[in-house]
Unconditional design. Structure first.
Ligand SMILES: Cc1cc2nc3c(=O)[nH]c(=O)nc-3n(C[C@H](O)[C@H](O)[C@H](O)COP(=O)(O)OP(=O)(O)OC[C@H]3O[C@@H](n4cnc5c(N)ncnc54)[C@H](O)[C@@H]3O)c2cc1C
Length: 414
């Protein structure tokens, strides 16, 4: 049995703690906040084996440039002289090609399917309810161009063994009978699922505390001491902590944490927004993605969560109301019965997706510090990939063969 310190209590840190503690390790989580919010709370809750295309893909650059000139668009990069942004941008450009998409598809599929299986196991254990529903996700489109792109992706997905089907407008209607639809059709990602993230994170925290994992809230790691190619100790809230192994799972703050240990992790925060609207009639049967508008709609706990946008910028607490308005205005274009009101600023949630430039997570041991494992950079898919990442972290620390190959996710690939 080894002692392990995890820096960060989002879905990645908590999932790592779950599988590490169950493998018999003694685990401490150091978390700078009070665990009432982080990116793992207000997200769209989608479990997405369908997402085998990384963010860095052909067409993203041209599309991104067009969106930059629309204040309500779903994607924005704030131009700045920040050298981290420049270096991230160059790496992104180098990977936005067909070869990268091709070589990422199998690793992304495998980690996603592993994660979904682990979510199912967690649900079957019945220790806490986190609202897992396995009805898939409908990717709706309105234009012929999007229809062709989505049909092509569905073909590729099927060739990877993923369960998905292109649906006509009428077939969509039979799956979503209580809401009017103004769409050309959809792809039904039957391989996907959804959860209620707020309940998932709260449930995981209680389960871990019951299983004797120490969770030190309001403990921001502010110093890391290294010696002889290893981490010797970390300092947080005036205390010094040391362990056999350390895990960096700090989400969008991971580069700052890594810098304390003299390491660089290319990663930028991709801010997104969400808000809840009551839906007592439960008319939204299956979560939806709106292809052209890039909006996610998920039924949760008697309400609907609407979410979207990706602003690549420094971490900040500004709420860009125009971009939220972009989400609000997109919804009735696909669902004429749904007219959510523009939420008050205080009711708008935002979170920072830890976005690597090639769209793949970093999971693995650091080459420079032998007792450090890095687990971050999951971008748009962190909730989905949480359990698999936790399981893989536990296998790395326990020196077991990881369940899937990890080379595509190497933290030293840059
Ligand atoms: C609008 C939106 C919708 C999304 N929808 C989905 C979805 O449907 N499906 C999906 O899979 N993903 C989705 N995502 C992405 C997903 O939410 C993230 O990828 C995921 O939550 C990242 O988890 P994490 O644990 O890496 O980071 P976080 O949840 O941010 O956790 C990191 C933790 O580390 C702590 N920390 C940082 N620095 C320190 C330090 N120095 N010391 C101690 N603690 C520290 C932070 O306080 C934080 O609690 C969405 C994101 C957004 C914004």
């Amino acid at each position: 049995m080894a002692s392990v310190i995890i820096i960060g209590g989002g879905i990645i840190g908590l999932s790592s703690a779950l599988y590490l503690s169950e493998a018999g390790h003694q685990v401490t989580i150091l978390e700078k906040g009070d665990l009432s919010d982080n990116c793992s709370f207000g997200n769209a809750g989608m479990i997405v084996p369908s997402h085998f295309i990384p963010l860095a893909a052909p067409g993203m650059v041209q599309q991104g440039i067009k969106w930059m000139f629309d204040s309500k668009s779903p994607f924005f990069v704030r131009p700045s002289l920040n050298p981290d942004l420049f270096s991230w941008g160059i790496k992104f450009l180098k990977k936005a090609n067909a070869a990268h998409v091709e070589e990422s598809a199998v690793p992304l599929r495998d980690i996603s399917l592993l994660s979904k299986k682990l979510y199912e196991e967690l649900h079957q254990r019945g220790e806490f309810d986190f609202g897992l529903v396995e009805k898939g996700i409908l990717m709706f489109y309105k234009t012929q161009k999007a229809a062709e792109e989505e049909a092509h992706l569905a073909e590729k997905g099927k060739s990877l063994g993923l369960d998905m089907e292109v649906l006509s407008r009428d077939a969509c209607k039979s799956l979503q009978p209580e809401l009017e639809l103004d769409v050309l059709g959809a792809v039904h990602y039957r391989c996907d699922a959804h959860v209620y993230p707020n309940q998932l994170i709260k449930g995981l925290v209680s389960l871990l505390e019951k299983n004797c994992v120490r969770i030190a809230r309001n403990h921001e790691v502010s110093r890391i001491e290294t010696s002889a190619g290893k981490i010797a100790s970390v300092a947080a809230a005036g205390e010094r902590f040391s362990a056999d192994h350390y895990i960096i799972a700090g989400g969008s703050w991971s580069p700052a944490v890594a810098r304390l240990a003299g390491l660089r992790i290319p990663l930028l925060p991709g801010k997104g927004y969400s808000f809840m609207a009551k839906e007592p009639e439960g008319r939204m049967k299956i979560p939806a993605l709106l292809a052209e508008a890039r909006v996610a709609i998920t039924p949760m706990n008697g309400s609907i969560r609407y979410g979207g946008t990706m602003e690549i910028d420094r971490i900040n607490t500004r709420v860009n109301l125009n971009r939220v308005r972009g989400i609000v205005e997109a919804i009735p274009k696909y669902f004429p019965d749904l007219h959510p009101e523009m939420p008050a600023e205080k009711d708008i949630w935002f979170g920072f997706r830890p976005s690597s430039p090639d769209g793949l997570p970093y999971i693995g041991r650091s080459k420079k510090l032998s007792n450090l494992v890095i687990a971050t950079g999951h971008g748009m898919m962190g909730l989905s990939l949480g359990p698999a990442t936790g399981k893989l972290v536990s296998q790395i620390v326990s020196e077991q063969q990881p369940e899937i190959p990890l080379s595509a996710f190497s933290p030293d690939r840059y």
